[in-house]
Design a protein around this ligand. Structure first.
Ligand code: OKP
Ligand code: ZN
Length: 343
């Protein structure tokens, strides 16, 4: 399997994130991507290629122009007033009220974000741009006939909406790739999100559409981030009714239970009959993950990969979460080789 990755994606390296009342070292670190790459190389998954640099057209199919411009310029504005820190939002709008974009940088940081876990620094922009380019190059390779491609997207994307960053995400790489498939002529694309956390950004982007089926298996949001979305009764909006499927699972979920949800997810994807499948691949369902509470082991990820291959679809894997750095390479490699072995 080909992998797409750019070293520019390593340049986003936050000083810290607000976690349970403390400023801790960022869980979402460049080391994650480096360790995945090391494992793919040592176990010979296949060639690792750099993304083709692209303009912003495909990003702008999903994200608002003003939001993209904000991400591109906010750190320079921050740096003039705070030369020694990352930009982190700390104030948000009141529930349900229409908000005007404020002039003030703290107001704008709150306007365009949903949490204080997602710092912005000098090289955030080149990293998120390269991550989106990675998704788009991998998408094109699948379009051109590769059975599967791994876009090692980092920073991740599934919590980002058209104009909100958060949950370590800025550009929704999976949504950008899904829209690119449609713009390249596909009629239906399915996104299977197997990260521990519900992909609220992806759901919001596509919930009123019937050309992208979004299926997500994740920790029950009653107990886990992102808390406010990902419940089973969210099934889509207007003409998107029936094209969102949430399969929340309780803390402590092991492979036996997870596998049944995955079967349900794959059955729904089969019924939808998409031309392409995008997998939002998070391995934070691993038992050793420091911020998550499922119980999958490394071998389970191989079975997971094999099961996903049974869908029989051209498949684009895009990286989302996974924070147990000692095992992240092995767990990702197991999904991808499990998939390939099933072919
Ligand atoms: C991103 B992805 C606060 C704890 C929660 C956000 C978790 C984001 C997960 N520091 N922080 O879905 O793996
Ligand atoms: Zn996650």
């Amino acid at each position: 399997m080909l992998t797409v990755f750019s070293t520019d994606q390593l340049r986003h390296a936050g000083r810290g994130e607000l976690h349970r009342g403390q400023l801790l070292p960022c869980f979402e670190s460049p080391k994650r991507a480096q360790l995945i790459l090391d494992e793919l190389e040592s176990r010979n998954l296949g060639e690792i290629i750099a993304p083709e640099p692209r303009g912003l057209e495909a990003v702008l199919r999903i994200h608002d122009a003003a939001y993209v411009d904000f991400l591109q310029t906010v750190f320079d504005r921050w740096h003039e007033i705070h030369p020694d820190s990352d930009a982190i939002p700390h104030t948000w709008n009141l529930r349900g009220t229409q908000s005007t974009l404020p002039q003030n940088i703290y107001g704008q940081l709150g306007y365009y974000s949903c949490d204080a876990s997602t710092p912005i620094m000098a090289d955030t922009w080149p990293a998120i741009k390269a991550s989106a380019d990675t998704a788009l190059t991998a998408q094109r390779l699948v379009l051109e006939g590769q059975r599967s491609v791994f876009g090692l997207t980092r920073p991740p994307g599934h919590h980002a909406t058209s104009d909100v960053f958060g949950g370590y995400c800025f550009f929704n790489n999976a949504a950008i790739a899904a829209q690119a498939f449609l713009d390249d002529g596909a009629e239906r694309v399915a996104i299977l999100d197997i990260d521990y956390h519900h992909g609220n950004g992806t759901q919001i982007i596509f919930e009123d559409r019937n050309d992208v089926l979004v299926v997500s298996i994740h920790a029950d949001p009653a107990e886990a981030y992102p808390y406010f979305m990902g419940y089973a009764n969210e099934t889509g909006v207007a003409s998107g009714k029936g094209f969102t499927l949430n399969l929340p699972l309780p803390e402590g979920t092991d492979w036996r239970r997870y596998q049944r949800a995955l079967e349900t997810a794959l059955a729904a994807i089969s019924r939808f009959a998409p031309e392409h499948l995008i997998v939002s691949l998070g391995v934070d369902t691993f038992a050793g993950d420091p911020i998550s509470r499922f119980q999958l082991n490394s071998n389970d990820f191989s079975i997971m990969g094999r099961q996903i291959a049974q869908a029989g679809l051209p498949t684009l894997f895009l990286m989302e979460g996974g924070y147990a750095v000692d095992d992240i390479g092995c767990n990702v490699m197991n999904v991808l080789t499990g998939f390939e072995e099933a072919l």
